[in-house]
Design a protein around this ligand. Structure first.
Ligand SMILES: C[S@@+](CC[C@H](N)C(=O)[O-])C[C@H]1O[C@@H](n2cnc3c(N)ncnc32)[C@H](O)[C@@H]1O
Length: 276
């Protein structure tokens, strides 16, 4: 059957994804540990800022379900680590279209996809949110900077200021990328499809994000995709948070001596039920 939504999307595969040949001397390859027992050999830029994949990458990727034949849109590819997790875990997916706003990261993601042998199954676009994408996907995953600049103070994001090409964050309340992502996602999701997105309630206004998701998709369609994960903080990180002028949206859970803490990473999903 000729499905116009699918063929729209497939035409992207032929389009110029914005990636010319890159010079390998601007990139370096090294093993990067995402989580316990999960290490990926990844290219990354050497002289320009890049986001280092970590346990949050794995936390966001884990609950995502992709069925054979699904078209997937991923927003916020970074250097392509989550892209690779999906391609490895779901070999039957039809095609994965990934978007990254920072050019050197989009180049690294393309290198990583090629290096791991998935060139035919994945396309990386440089651009913001859904702007390079046409058509609709069965699954959309948005892992695009959902926290305040505390992420930079904690060194989860590289320190360079944005005016020389840093990695963007989520603004004063951590929602500035996630809200437009959610608004635009509905137009790009197949009826019956699912959008997945992380919520970081300590370091972003999680209530505002979930309220927006419920308004867009309907309250009954929005639910946790997995149990929230609590991620440890060192004493030094707690000090940085305490001394920062940047607001914390939910108090950090701490041990009795206050020397260790845990921040929360939630993954939510919304289903597109509109069949019109
Ligand atoms: C938390 S990092 C996650 C990267 C990757 N998913 C990973 O786990 O390694 C967020 C990524 O979203 C990207 N990003 C931020 N705003 C974006 C936008 N408007 N469109 C596309 N990507 C964006 C950032 O450049 C960054 O690479």
């Amino acid at each position: 059957m000729n499905d116009p939504l699918i063929s729209d999307t497939e035409s992207l595969q032929q389009a110029d994804a914005g990636g010319g040949e890159v010079s390998l001397d601007q990139f370096k390859k090294e093993p990067i540990q995402l989580d316990k027992g999960c290490v990926l050999e990844l290219w990354h830029p050497v002289n320009l800022p890049w986001f280092r994949p970590n346990q949050v990458t794995r936390t966001v990727a884990d609950p995502v379900v992709i069925r054979p034949g699904d078209v997937v849109f991923e927003i916020g590819a970074g250097i392509g680590s989550m892209t690779l997790l999906f391609l490895q875990k779901f070999p039957g997916l039809k095609h994965l279209y990934s978007v990254e706003v920072v050019p050197q990261q989009a180049d690294a993601a393309r290198l990583n996809i090629r290096e791991h042998g998935f060139r035919e199954q994945a396309t990386v676009f440089e651009g913001s949110l859904f702007s390079p994408l046409e058509g609709r996907a069965n699954v959309i995953v948005g892992d695009c900077s959902g926290m305040t600049a505390i992420g930079r103070e904690l060194e989860w994001y590289p320190p360079e200021p944005e005016d020389i090409g840093g990695i963007p964050l989520g603004g004063a309340d951590g929602t500035e990328v996630t809200l437009p992502f959610l608004e635009q996602s509905q137009r790009h999701l197949m009826p019956g499809g699912t959008v997945y997105f992380p919520v970081i309630p300590n370091f972003s206004d999680g209530d505002k994000i979930l309220q927006a998701a419920r308004e867009i998709y309907g309250a009954a369609q929005v639910e946790p995709a997995a149990e929230a994960r609590k991620i440890p903080l060192t004493q030094r990180q707690l000090e940085i948070i305490d001394q920062s002028e940047i607001k914390t949206f939910r108090p950090i859970e701490r041990n009795s001596t206050g020397t260790r803490g845990r921040w929360v990473c939630e993954v939510w999903k919304a289903t597109h039920n509109d069949r019109t």
